[in-house]
Design a protein around this ligand. Sequence first.
Ligand SMILES: [Zn+2]
Length: 58
Amino acid sequence: MVDGKQRCKACDGSGILADQEGWQYRCSVCNGDGIYNQSDAATTSRVMDVDENNRLLD
Ligand SMILES: [Zn+2]
């Protein structure tokens, strides 16, 4: 999925963040694509500021 590009460090290229309760969130750093790019960098500071709207319901 992530090949030769800069992998997102927040989600380790998966595009998904999960908490200890099993909730999964779209990574707000890379917008869920697992690739960190300059346009994503502007949102890096919000990586831990995920609200319910970003939850992915299974
Ligand atoms: Zn990410």
